[in-house]
Write a protein that binds this ligand. Structure first.
Ligand SMILES: Nc1nc2c(ncn2[C@@H]2O[C@H](COP(=O)(O)OP(=O)(O)OP(=O)(O)O)[C@@H](O)[C@H]2O)c(=O)[nH]1
Ligand SMILES: [Mg+2]
Length: 313
């Protein structure tokens, strides 16, 4: 075990991949290594990249990372591509690999795909664990790509310092009010596929929605106004500005004290998730199997309501 943590700290990629698998599987050995590595974490800039499926997130991550490395070849960058849609969508993971092939070969870049298993909460826990490992292993920038599907965007906001929301024209110019939720978590709005028809209309709609959001949240004295950046991810267009904007946001977070605030929230979120998981495990262990089965049967027979069943258990 000591060998594993040592190897990870020394930058051994195979050791890193192995540890990530252990953490993903919530293995006890992985946890023990994480205990030791944890004090080394806390330096990385965690960036969430979210948006509708097909908006161009992976392509954008590829171009953005290329740009970041051009600006600073020393930088160590990791990408976590989360696929919460389906446990069977090996295709999406493969697609990510293809979209990110240009950066995948760089020695200072590490890419990890994670498929969903079980509940969303489990995915968030695992993602946090993997991000902690990469942070402790010395990655300066960690990008977390996830499809914006309801719950997951709220979760990404709770585990990143900066959130990029990727939009594209044609996904409906009548961007419904329902979308306000995802705009709310954006620190930077990326309007990708700016080479497509209808960009202007989408840009106007986004501006309107953003200003509406601001009018409503005027009292919360937020000083960072999320900019809208147009990109053509396939050509790398606009990615230089995006890389610069991310650096600016990190500086803003440090100067305003928001970096610490977000970190605190993230740790609170993680500890709470782990606590709930543990409590549920303890509870399940305490239950007597035969009695539980009998109570469940009573619920199925409609003799007992589910609420009363929980009380009984
Ligand atoms: N025209 C144009 N096409 C783009 C642009 N960016 C990405 N695409 C294309 O859009 C398609 C989807 O891109 P992805 O990067 O896989 O999108 P994604 O958001 O990661 O998709 P999921 O991971 O499946 O949610 C691909 O065929 C890309 O080549 C762009 O700026 N302009
Ligand atoms: Mg993708």
């Amino acid at each position: 075990m000591q060998a594993l943590e040592q190897a990870v700290l020394e930058g051994n990629r195979r050791a890193l991949a192995r540890l990530i698998t252990l953490v993903e599987n919530e293995d006890t050995e992985g946890r023990a290594v994480l205990d030791v590595l944890f004090p080394h974490s806390g330096k990385a800039h965690l960036v969430g990249v979210t948006g509708a499926s097909g908006a161009g997130k992976s392509t954008l991550v590829n171009s953005l990372v290329k740009e970041v490395l051009t600006r600073n070849p020393e930088k160590k960058v990791a990408v976590i591509a989360v696929d919460p849609t389906s446990p069977f969508s090996g295709g999406a993971v493969l697609g990510d690999r293809i979209r990110m092939r240009e950066i995948a070969e760089a020695p200072q870049v590490f890419i990890r795909s994670m498929a969903s298993r079980g509940a969303l909460g489990g995915l968030a826990r695992a993602t946090q664990g993997v991000a902690l490992v990469l942070d402790a292993a010395g990655f300066d920038l960690i990008l977390i790509e996830t499809v914006g599907a309801g719950q997951s965007e709220v979760e990404i906001a709770s585990l990143a310092h900066s959130v990029l929301v990727v939009e594209a024209p044609g996904l409906g110019d009548d961007i419904q009010a329902a979308k306000a939720g995802i705009l709310e978590i954006a620190d930077i709005l990326v309007l990708n596929k700016a080479d497509r028809a209808g960009v202007e209309a989408t840009e106007m709609a986004l501006h309107t929605m953003l200003s509406l959001g601001y009018a409503m949240a005027e009292d919360d004295e937020k000083q960072w106004a999320p900019p809208i950046l147009k990109t053509v991810a396939t050509e790398g267009e606009g990615c230089m500005r995006l890389a610069g904007m991310l650096e600016e946001h990190a500086i803003y977070l440090h100067q305003s004290g928001e970096w610490e605030q977000r970190d605190e929230k993230r740790m609170q979120h993680l500890v709470q998730a782990l606590f709930e998981q543990q409590r549920s495990r303890d509870w399940q262990q305490m239950l007597e199997k035969a009695k539980t089965r009998e109570i469940l049967r009573q619920v199925t027979r409609r003799e007992l309501s589910p609420y009363r069943a929980v009380e009984r258990l």
